[in-house]
Design a protein around this ligand. Structure first.
Ligand code: A2P
Length: 280
């Protein structure tokens, strides 16, 4: 869990992160982040929109893990796009987290419903603010989330700093080859949120068979698949046993054939996360 990928700005990022989307604020978020840090995770992924930054920050503070040994990501919410708003939003997130910097700050969505006609300019202004926050070392790397190639193309027209990360919905049911290829071509790391398909891929027979073959759980097989693709999976759980189980993915390797089989499951759980149709 302390193995790292190197981002395009030289920053090291632990190759598995702990996801907190859909983790309720308060005791649940606090306990699960603390359990994750005890289990050895050193990379925590949150967002202003998850509403749990305070509990996440409290767990970090109480864990005793040194700040320099941790990698913390948060994200700019849809209502906060724009130059001034971005700076204010980061300040609020840092205050809630109880931190004086985050390791990675992401634009959460490229084109929320309220900015369907103005997203290009708004993202350019937002990015300029993020570049300044990066220069001031309030964030150690900057990136995006849910961006498709057209959104990245637009951003790169004015960007001085290439995004280090594009965090997308990426799991066996939603292999996004076009986005991943674009990320790879620009040296942008593909982070996988909902790497377990939000829990909806556990019943897929091909995955169950494979889990038996490797004497692993479906979750472990799928996380391994994500790693072998070079993605950075961000599994979420609120159960200490599962949180720990999801780290035990370094003692086996999927064969090339099995990787291909999983790649072929695209669409199997009917999931999809298209930024042009999300309605918030
Ligand atoms: P829970 O939080 O109740 O443990 P994703 O990371 O794709 O969003 O998936 C998260 C979902 O998968 C949650 O519903 C979580 O439930 C469940 N989950 C996470 N890890 C495991 C595991 N190892 N075994 C079974 N379910 C898991």
């Amino acid at each position: 869990l302390t193995d790292t990928y190197e981002l395009n700005n030289g920053t090291q990022i632990p190759i598995v992160g702990f996801g907190t989307w859909q983790t309720p604020d308060g005791q649940v978020a606090y306990d699960s982040v603390l359990a994750a840090l005890k289990a050895g995770y050193r990379h925590i992924d949150t967002a202003a929109a998850y509403g749990n930054e305070e509990s996440v920050g409290k767990a970090i503070a109480d864990s005793g893990v040194a700040r320099k040994d941790l990698f913390v990501t948060t994200k700019l919410w849809n209502a906060d796009h724009g130059y001034d708003q971005t700076k204010a939003a980061l300040a609020t997130s840092l205050e809630k987290l109880g931190l004086d910097y985050v390791d990675l700050y992401l634009i959460h969505w490229p084109n929320p419903a309220a900015m369907r006609d103005s997203w290009e300019q708004l993202n350019a202004d937002t990015w300029r603010a993020m570049e300044e926050l990066y220069a001031e070392r309030k964030v150690r790397a900057i990136g995006v989330s849910n961006f498709r190639p057209k959104h990245l193309d637009a951003l790169l027209k004015t960007a001085k700093v290439i995004p280090a990360v594009n965090q997308i919905f990426l799991n066996p049911s939603d292999l996004e080859p076009e986005i991943v290829a674009y990320n790879d071509a620009h040296d942008i790391l593909s982070e996988a949120y909902s790497p377990l398909g939000t829990g909806k891929i556990f019943d897929v027979p091909a995955l169950q068979t494979m889990a038996q073959k490797y004497d692993k759980s479906v979750a472990q097989v799928v996380l391994r698949w994500s790693l072998q693709h070079g993605f950075l999976p961000l599994p979420k759980s609120v159960h200490a046993d599962r949180i720990a189980q999801n780290t035990e993915i370094f003692d086996f390797e999927l064969s090339a054939d099995d990787m291909t089989t999983i790649d072929g499951l695209r669409g199997v759980a009917g999931l999809a996360n298209d930024p042009d149709t999300v309605n918030f």
